[in-house]
Design a protein around this ligand. Structure first.
Ligand code: DC
Length: 360
């Protein structure tokens, strides 16, 4: 409701003589992103402030100046929702600089033009005021076209898939899907039901019925947050075992395809580029030496290096040896070896590939 009322307010402002640039999540919403702004962030000059607050009908008691590091804004409570008027964000973002690079966008059917900060501005400004570069859950306009746009990031355990995939998703404003977590949920359910892990029929029934949900960074099994439970060592073992059943794979692949048909994802897994989304416009195969992968895992979990190394090599063996959806490199995948490389550099490499292929 607030978003709608803020939109009315913006339509009024756009029809006025006031000069401003829409920034923040509202700028994304105007440009077709799937995001629900809870306030209207505008950047303007000091001279325009009086005109704007007049137009908003805001009196002194409804407005206060907030200094937030280098950012300076007038926070206004309007009858239609909160409006923040920024006169400065940081040294680099003066109103003039932002206005110069802003783009004009027509406001839906009204045909009125408003100046909107570019995506780069929105991201840089959010970062400048200490927020995530993109609002959580914001989905890029491309996601709404109906074409599945998936960046597939496959590779063996410990190659850095999770960290890299999350960061790439955040940079591009795509949703992130951890397909391994789905297999882990099936395994957890199997373990909790004390089902016979060697009985494909029972395991298949569980895989079909399991209720997996992703909420932000968390994974839910039904109503329960199982983000930690699915990573327990014994569950990891069960996962590698049950993930080899064709019935389990079919059930998970069907769910993944369904999700891809509804949004734009960075999906990490083993068979995303080869089986689940063979049409993915960008496929990455991340690797690292088994020693490096073991080192990363053991410093994360505190387990002994030798033990982790053995476990990783065993898991590689299981993942590669199964007949269905074995871990293999798609012909058109870009292979990236992360051994000895900084995660940030790998992330930038993938983001650039996404730009090159015009996936945005
Ligand atoms: O990525 P991960 O460590 O969370 O994966 C857990 C297990 O699930 C691992 O043994 C491989 C398997 N898996 C799979 O078979 N297919 C996927 N798409 C993802 C994971």
């Amino acid at each position: 409701v607030t978003a709608l009322r803020l939109r009315d307010l913006l339509v009024d402002l756009a029809g006025s003589e006031c000069e401003f640039v829409v920034i923040g999540s509202s700028a994304l919403a105007i440009q077709g992103w799937d995001v629900v702004p809870t306030d209207l962030d505008l950047m303007t000059s000091r001279e325009e402030i009086t005109k704007i607050i007049d137009l908003l009908g805001v009196n002194e008691s409804q407005a206060r100046w907030v200094e937030d590091g280098q950012a300076r804004r007038l926070e206004c409570d309007t009858g239609l929702g909160p409006v923040d008027l920024y006169v400065a964000v940081s040294g680099e973002f003066s109103y003039d600089a932002v206005a110069n690079e802003a783009v004009s966008v027509a406001l839906g059917e009204t045909g009125q033009q408003v100046k909107v900060g570019s995506l780069a501005h929105v991201r840089d400004m959010r970062a400048a005021v200490g927020r995530d570069v993109l609002p959580r859950g914001a989905v890029a306009p491309a996601a709404k076209t109906g074409t599945p746009r998936v960046i597939a990031i496959d590779g063996p355990a410990g190659a850095g898939k999770s960290t890299v995939s999350r960061a790439v998703a955040e940079e591009l404003g795509f949703a992130y899907l951890d397909t391994g977590a789905m297999y882990r949920c099936v395994a957890l359910s199997v373990a909790e039901k004390r089902a016979d892990t060697d009985d494909p029929k029972v395991i298949a029934e569980i895989a079909d019925a399991v209720d997996i949900r992703f909420v932000g960074e968390h994974v839910f099994l039904g109503e329960r947050d199982v983000s930690t439970a699915i990573r327990a060592t014994d569950i990891t073992k069960v996962t590698a075992h049950i993930a080899a059943y064709p019935e389990v794979r079919q059930a998970m692949v069907a769910r993944q395809r369904q999700m891809f048909s509804e949004g734009t994802f960075v999906a990490e897994g083993r068979d995303t580029g080869t089986v689940v989304a063979p049409d993915a416009p960008l496929k990455i195969f991340l690797t690292a030496t088994s020693e490096e992968r073991a080192l990363r895992r053991s410093s994360e979990t505190g387990e002994a290096f030798e033990l982790v190394l053995t476990a990783i090599e065993e898991r590689d063996q299981l993942d590669s040896a199964r007949e269905l959806s074995a871990l293999r490199i798609a012909e058109d995948a870009v292979m990236i070896d992360t051994t000895g490389r900084l995660i940030e550099v790998v992330v930038q490499e993938i983001v650039e590939l996404a730009h090159d292929r015009a996936i945005l």
